[in-house]
Design a protein around this ligand. Structure first.
Ligand code: PGA
Length: 274
């Protein structure tokens, strides 16, 4: 991802498709090296295949390894279009917070983005909307791209509570973002029932929820709502990723399981290029 000339750090104000791979607690340094040994040539092949074609778009590609593999992945992707993200960060710049990592620490490493509020962090590590309300501006103000995850459980969907849940998460988590930085937020709509289950949202469900999320951001600032990138996440594969990114409000994918195999993640990037 090339930063825009008028925009700080790694932020982008253009709705270029974005494909982010969330490795979760997988891949050691050695495994990450082996992965990149296959992924980078596959990506290169795609870019070359794109030469001269006016039809195909470029896409931003972000890999989000565990903290321990960040340095390795950053070093090995320096000469490539791949950017590297973390999977979480603390809201304070420093302090007595054993086991946590701060924004300045990530900036020093050369990280470009941070996944925030993933449902696994909300569910297993008690991540709250109150903390996210501080994390999102902290990340943006450092010039890093937040990928804020939102989404409903299966019970909430069945009870007709999807919009209420999305409204609560978007409105609280983005409440402290300055207007000028709002267009640079990336949101990932990830229905919790679709994460790691092999059960995706239908294109209609994804488009409807994502259009609703976009309208919520437009509620803060109309133009920012038009500019934010909103991704779909939840059991994305090379076979289904293209159908989501083709929809009017969907700007890419956040990919878990299928990002762990270099070849399938490269195929998802290819699908996003249309
Ligand atoms: P999945 O995970 O692609 O394995 O469903 C997505 C995510 O958790 O971000």
């Amino acid at each position: 991802m090339m930063p825009d000339a008028d925009v700080p750090g790694h932020l982008s104000s253009i709705r270029l498709p974005l494909i982010a791979g969330n490795w979760k607690m997988h891949l050691t340094n050695e495994q990450a090296k082996a992965y990149l040994g296959r992924f980078l040539p596959a990506l290169n092949e795609l870019t070359r295949g794109q030469g001269g074609s006016t039809k195909r778009r470029t896409a931003d590609v972000v890999l989000c390894p565990a903290f321990t593999a960040l340095r390795t992945v950053i070093e090995l992707t320096l000469d490539s279009p791949v950017r590297v993200g973390a999977q979480n960060v603390h809201q304070d710049p420093e302090g007595a917070f054993t086991g946590e990592v701060s924004v300045p620490m990530l900036v020093e490493l050369g990280v470009s983005s941070v996944i925030l509020g993933h449902s696994e962090r909300r569910q297993h590590f008690s991540e709250t909307d109150g903390a996210l309300q501080r994390k999102v501006p902290a990340v943006l103000e450092a010039g890093l791209m937040p990928i804020l995850c939102v989404g409903e459980t299966e019970d909430e969907r069945e009870a007709g509570e999807t919009e209420r849940k999305l409204r609560q998460q978007v409105q609280v988590d983005l409440a402290q973002v300055e207007d000028g930085l709002l267009p640079f937020v990336v949101i990932a709509y990830e229905p919790i029932w679709a994460i790691g289950t092999g059960k995706t949202a239908t294109p209609e469900q994804a488009q409807e929820a994502i259009a609703f999320v976009r309208a919520l951001v437009q509620g803060f600032d109309k133009e920012a709502g038009n500019q934010v990138r909103i991704l779909y996440g939840g059991s994305c594969t090379p076979d289904n990723a293209g159908q989501f990114v083709a929809l009017p409000d969907i700007d890419g994918s956040l990919v878990g399981g299928a990002s762990l195999k270099a070849e399938s993640f490269a195929a998802i990037v290819e699908a996003a290029r249309g």
